[in-house]
Design a protein around this ligand. Structure first.
Ligand code: AMP
Length: 457
């Protein structure tokens, strides 16, 4: 078993990892970190949940010289959510060193404040290709001091059509840079990208998640018109506090979420047609457990970092075995028991055959009649989310909201859950039985001496 002590890390980093509760490196970390610390390029096949962020985050932080006021590392991510998560993880890892500045550059928000932040200097930039490219064109970001470049979820960036932008960015970085490429899958386009932009990259491939062994997987054959009933029956049977249901199209997501809601489940759809506000709201509510079911497309669910998801349902089989493995890998993380159920109409039987061929073993089919006879019992939602029409830009802080609720309003602190602050709004999770009171008190009262509109999210 490997240990962080043998990877050649600084004392400060070792102490920081201990603080973060990382007792031993994950397989991808054990292989990728020493290569990267030795200055090698790395191409790693690793999925969300494998510890890939720290696999590049640790070498990045170790390589930063805080006294050099230049962007020394750049991490490109396919989505804003992933960029936010990576930034958060890097800030935690950067506690090992004083005064390291990490900046996120993503689209969907005004560019002005980002230009201001860049002018103040940053050592590490995490961003989506489009917005990073915008800054390069404007000259507000320069990469002449770049030492390390990371492509995170590179396959997804290519799938999303970012190839040209990414290669454009790569060509504007110093040739001497170190390049780390992380990808969940291994299509030819990824190999080509590596050949073009990497130099004798060390190949890191870890066994596809040891966690799969703790996932209880089952399959049910259903007719198309039985799909909603089957999903509701699975939720009723297993009562998961959070579950992710995959559909193929945006329309299927909307329809299934609406039908589950009409049956009494707290379900939301997550797909590419939502605007940023709707997306933020859905993700916040799912994470704070005031929505128990998220019905998502593969692209929208990519990069979601929800730990310990007890149930994943494929309302339809995934496009191919790799996508299936990726979907199912979201449950049973870090050794926890997980459950994945796939519904399949007779028309899609060939997809399961392909899965069986790839695995070299047949899947287990459940008793559909028994499933459909399950008594309907919506999952009780412990929390409700209130949305306050004031945020960071209004100088609202989580403590102010907490104070307004627990002070005069008289809501017990223990009944208040996660508080998520955005630029112009703030989401507060409150235990369901206190939610109505919290809403009326917040409506009447003030936060930071000001009145803000409040509603249920
Ligand atoms: P990732 O694959 O980067 O999305 O990481 C998945 C989760 O594992 C994150 O919540 C990390 O904080 C956590 N993690 C990463 N490395 C370790 C480690 N060596 N020990 C324990 N947890 C870890």
């Amino acid at each position: 078993m490997s240990s962080f002590k043998t990877l050649g890390l600084s004392q400060a980093m070792q102490a920081n990892l201990e603080q973060l509760g990382y007792q031993q490196p994950t397989p991808v970390q054990a292989e990728a970190v020493p290569l990267a610390l030795a200055g090698r390029d790395v191409i790693a096949m690793a999925q969300t949940g494998s510890g890939k962020t720290a696999a590049f985050g640790i070498p990045i932080v170790e390589s930063i010289n805080p006294q050099r006021f230049k962007v020394q590392s750049l991490v490109l991510c396919p989505t804003r959510e992933l960029a936010d998560q990576v930034t958060k993880a890097l800030r935690e890892l950067a506690r090992a060193k004083e005064n390291v500045k990490v900046l996120t550059l993503c689209g969907g928000v005004p560019i002005g404040p980002q230009i201001g932040s860049l002018a103040h200097g940053a050592h590490i930039v995490v961003g989506t290709p489009g917005r990073v490219d915008d800054h390069l064109r404007k000259g507000t970001l320069t990469l002449d001091g770049l030492q390390m470049l990371v492509l995170d979820e590179a396959d997804r960036m290519l799938d999303m059509g970012f190839e040209e932008v990414v290669t454009g960015i790569l060509s504007q970085t110093p040739a001497r840079r170190q390049t780390l490429l992380f990808s969940a899958t291994w299509p030819p386009a990824i190999r080509q990208l590596s050949e073009r932009f990497q130099n004798q990259a060390g190949d890191v491939r870890v066994e596809a998640q040891a966690a799969t062994t703790t996932i209880d997987e089952s399959f049910y054959e259903v007719q198309p018109e039985q799909r909603v009933t089957a999903v509701a029956a699975l939720l009723s049977r297993f009562q998961p506090v959070s579950s992710l249901v995959f559909c193929t199209t945006k329309r299927d997501c909307d329809e299934l979420a609406a039908e589950l809601s009409s049956l009494g489940f707290s379900a939301l759809a997550l797909h590419g047609d939502l605007d940023q506000r709707e997306r933020d709201s859905a993700l916040v509510r799912f994470a704070n457990q005031s929505c128990t079911v998220l019905v998502a497309t593969d692209v929208a669910a990519r990069g979601l970092d929800i730990k310990g998801l007890p149930l994943v349902i494929n309302a339809e089989p995934a496009r191919d075995p790799e996508v299936h493995t990726h979907r199912v890998g979201r449950t049973g993380r870090a050794g926890e028991q997980g459950r994945a159920v796939t519904l399949c109409t007779p028309r899609h039987g060939h997809k399961i055959s392909r899965l069986e061929a790839q695995r070299g073993e047949v899947v287990t089919w459940g008793d559909t009649d028994k499933l459909l006879a399950e008594r309907l019992q919506p999952v009780v939602c412990a929390m409700k989310t209130l949305c306050l029409a004031g945020g960071r830009k209004d100088k609202v802080r989580p403590g102010d909201v907490m104070g307004a609720l627990t002070g005069e309003a008289g809501i017990p602190g223990a009944a208040v859950g996660k508080i998520d602050l955005f630029d112009f709004q703030c989401f507060v999770a409150v235990e369901s039985e206190w939610a109505a009171l919290a809403l009326s008190r917040l409506e009447k009262g003030k936060v930071k001496g000001r009145k803000f509109r409040v509603r249920y999210a």
